[in-house]
Design a binder for this molecule. Structure first.
Ligand code: UT7
Length: 366
């Protein structure tokens, strides 16, 4: 494809955010019938972060979004300094369009919005100084970030947006059953965000394709049964346990491995890459045993897998962008790397995306 004849969505900014409070496995073991050893060996997780009373998903989304915008601003300054005119099709390069950032779209992937109604994205946009831009939430649980990325990228390639802030943020600590040792062991709070701009399909950072899918037959495997219209339309108050998140772990484990592997393989086929070509796979951080199984399916050694769940647990929609931010900041992701993102979550939903890694400036995440 020739520069300028097709628009692509190009990743040009990245940032992550975690709340201040760390919960090590030992803290859960002191409270619940579990052990550090069980959690580490069955999941790979050593600790997770949780928000403080009064904090909300939007607080993490704003913090990650601010870092991603700053990262994009530095990338644009580098391009200007280099006299680089490669952002063909980007008619709102930083400084133009909607305010200083040029961002005209905010998409927030979350399953723990600040309130059931309205969406959280408009409030996040306003707090980032992006008043007036299109802003909406996407709910695909742990696949939410990949769905949001595909949505924003498609709006950019269609010309419906020029520069998008795509955030994945969740605070599952607010919906977990305090007595459920399994979900308490796995989930943590966190957020990550990227900036996409219009650009050339050949340049580093261009999103090369997506594979998205769902199977509603699995809706009971990962669910908060109460609080939605199905339950609220009845006159009966829900049992206490139905207000909490529930997960059928073993079934979800198997589905996660199958769906991420199949989704990754069908995307690789479509874009003409082989699994063994991949430099890094950034898969949804649910369980290190799931990551290893997906790596095996793709024929990849473990060192090609980006892993941060030992430090942050499963941060749901925050998982993939938070892992990206950590790996970019510590140099695990190198410019030019062939990178595959793949996620799986409630719905059931799954999705993958591929890109050659650009060289964004990324601040370390806690
Ligand atoms: O992010 C969305 C997608 N989510 C996922 O991908 C999560 C996928 N599932 C998993 O990661 C794993 O299935 C879990 C980590 C949730 C569970 O690990 P598992 O090896 O599949 O364990 P299991 O559910 O088969 O349970 C084995 C045993 C059970 O005890 P019994 O019935 O054999 O006596 C559980 O009650 O382990 C017990 N168990 C625990 N023991 C100590 C479950 N959680 C804990 C715990 N501490 N925290």
């Amino acid at each position: 494809m020739t520069a300028g004849t097709h628009r692509a969505a190009v990743l040009c900014g990245l940032g992550g955010a975690l709340p201040a409070t760390v919960v090590p496995n030992s803290a859960l073991a002191a409270e619940l019938d579990t052990t550090d050893e069980w959690i580490r060996t069955r999941t790979g997780i050593r600790q997770r972060y949780v928000i403080a009373p009064g904090e909300a998903t939007s607080d993490l989304a704003v913090a990650a979004g601010r870092r991603a915008l700053e990262s994009a601003r530095r990338a644009a300054a580098d391009d200007t300094a280099a006299g680089d005119n490669k952002v063909a099709g980007d008619d709102t390069a930083a400084g133009g369009g909607t305010g200083e950032t040029g961002v005209d779209l905010v998409v927030l992937a979350t399953s723990t919005p600040d309130r059931p109604c309205p969406a959280t994205a408009p409030a996040v946009a306003r707090r980032l100084g992006l008043t007036g831009v299109a802003a909406f939430d996407i709910g695909a649980v742990c696949t939410g970030f990949v769905y949001a990325l595909a949505t924003a990228a498609s709006m950019i390639t269609a010309g419906a947006a020029h520069r998008a802030l795509v955030i994945g943020a969740d605070t599952f600590s607010t919906i977990l059953d305090p007595a459920d040792r399994t979900t308490r062991a796995i989930f943590g709070d966190g957020a990550g965000a990227v900036v996409l701009r219009a650009g050339d399909p050949e340049e580093p950072g261009a999103l090369l394709g997506f594979d998205l899918g769902s199977d509603g037959a699995g809706e009971e495997l990962i669910t908060v049964p109460a609080g939605g219209s199905r339950q609220r339309s009845t006159a009966t108050p829900p049992p206490e346990r139905d207000r909490y998140f529930t997960m059928q772990g073993r079934a979800v484990f198997n589905e996660a491995v199958l769906s991420m592997s199949k989704s990754a393989e069908s995307l690789l086929d479509r874009i003409g890459w082989r699994g063994t070509d991949l430099d890094r796979v950034v898969a949804h951080q649910a369980n290190v045993r799931i990551l290893r199984a997906v790596g095996e399916q793709l024929g990849l050694p473990e060192d090609r897998l980006v892993i941060n769940l030992d430090r942050v647990g499963n941060t749901v929609a925050g998982s993939i962008p938070l892992a990206l931010a950590g790996a970019a900041a510590d140099g695990t992701l190198r410019p030019g790397d062939k990178v595959l993102l793949t996620g799986f979550g409630g719905g059931l939903t799954w999705g993958s995306a591929a890109l050659r890694w650009p060289a964004p400036h990324v601040e370390p995440v806690a």
